[in-house]
Write a protein that binds this ligand. Sequence first.
Ligand SMILES: Cc1cc2nc3c(=O)[nH]c(=O)nc-3n(C[C@H](O)[C@H](O)[C@H](O)COP(=O)(O)OP(=O)(O)OC[C@H]3O[C@@H](n4cnc5c(N)ncnc54)[C@H](O)[C@@H]3O)c2cc1C
Length: 394
Amino acid sequence: MTRSVDVDVDVLIVGAGPSGLVAAIRLLERGLTVEIVDAAPHQAEESRAALMHAATVEILAGMGLASQLLSRGQRIDAITLADGARPLARITLGELDTPYPFALGIPQDVTEAILVGRLAELGLRVTRGIHIETVTQDTGRCRVEGRRTADDEPWTGVARYVVGADGKNSTVREQAGIPYDGAPYEDDFILADVELAPPPSRDTEARIGFSPEGVTVIGRLPSGRYRIVASVPREPEAPRHPDRSYLDRLLASRGIPTSTAGEPVWSSRFRISHHVARRFRAGPIVLCGDAAHVHSPAAGQGMNTGIADAYELADRIASAASGDVTALDAYDRIRRRAAAEVVRLTDRITRVALVRSRTLRATRDAVIPVVAGIPPVGRGIARAVSGLGRSPLH
Ligand SMILES: Cc1cc2nc3c(=O)[nH]c(=O)nc-3n(C[C@H](O)[C@H](O)[C@H](O)COP(=O)(O)OP(=O)(O)OC[C@H]3O[C@@H](n4cnc5c(N)ncnc54)[C@H](O)[C@@H]3O)c2cc1C
C-alpha cells in the first residue's frame, strides 16, 4: 500500500540556507504554493558569509528588507588593496549604479534570521528535521522522499518543480545525476571573528592584503570585531580552530599593521574546492546556491551568488509554470555563466595576491596603483566585486 503524501505543492525546496529562503520568498511573492524542508533541527548559528554585496542588498531591498539589513549591517564604502602595510589602491563603491552603492558587513546567521522573518510574514515556516534521500520524476510530477530525523519515519512530498538548495554535498544534484565538475585549491582557508587593535583600516573599508604566503581579507563586522578570511599553506598539524597566537603570527608574517585584542569568538580552518555543476537543471529539478557552485571565499561571493541564483530561479519557475517552455533553460544558461564568471574573478584575485617572485611582485605593486587609479578601471573592479553585472535585476 502506498503512503499518502505529506505535501503536494507547486515547488518543493530542499535546503533552508540563504538560497532556499530567498527562492521561497520570491516564489510566494509570485503566487506559487511552496514547501521548504531542511534536515537541520534549527537555523545555522555560524556567521559564515559576512559580506553582502550591493547586488544582494538590492535584491533583498526589493523584498522589503532594506531597513532591517541597513540597521543591522556595517556599511562598507571602499576596498583597499595592500601589500603588507603598504596600501596600493582604494576601490570606492560610492559610484556604483545602484540605490545601495556600498557593501554590508553582516553575519550570515543575521541575514538568515531576517529572511526567515519575511517568510513567516508571507505565511510559511521551514519544515525542519526532514532529511531528503531520493528525488524521482513521474508523469509531470516530482516525488521527493526522505525521513524525519526525530523518529526516522518516512516523509514524502510531491511537486511540479524541485529546487535543490541543499548545499555543496547536494542530494538533489546527485539524484538528478548532474556531475559537479571542479578541483581542490592547493591552500587551506581560515576564518576568524576577532577584535583587532589598532584598526587595520577605516571602519567603513574592507582590506584585501597581498602576500606570498596568501591573500588576507579583513572587514569590520557590526559587533565591532573584524572578520579575517585568509588562504594559508596546507599544514597537517595546523589547528582546526586558529587561536589568538596563530592569528597574530599570521598578521605579522604578512606585514599587516595590527594584532588581536582577545581570543577569536569564532574561528575555523577548512579545505575548499571550486566546482560548477555541469547543468543547473534536469527537467523540473533545478539547482541554486552551493548545490550549483562553490569557490574560494576570497571575494566573498558564495552566499551573494546563491541569492542571485535563487531570485532568478524563482522568476523563471513562475514563468515556466505559466507555460514558458524556455524559462528553465534560460535560468541554466544565465546562472551557469554567472557562476563561471565568479570562479574566474576569485581565481584572478587569488593569483594576483599570491605572486611570489620578487620582480613580479614589484611590478604588480607598481602597476596596481596606476591601473586601479584610472576611473573606468576602478569602477569596473567595483562593479565586478559588487555582483551588479551578474544580478537578475540588471
Ligand atoms: C566556514 C565557512 C565560511 C564561509 N565564509 C564565506 C564568506 O566569507 N563569504 C561568502 O560569500 N560565503 C562564505 N561561505 C559560503 C556560504 O556560507 C555559502 O555560499 C552559503 O551558505 C550557501 O548558501 P546555500 O543556501 O546555497 O547553502 P547552505 O547554506 O549550505 O544551506 C544548505 C541547507 O541544506 C540543508 N540540507 C543539506 N542536505 C539536505 C538534505 N539531504 N535534506 C534536507 N536538507 C538538507 C542543510 O541543512 C542546509 O541548511 C562560507 C562557508 C563556510 C562553511
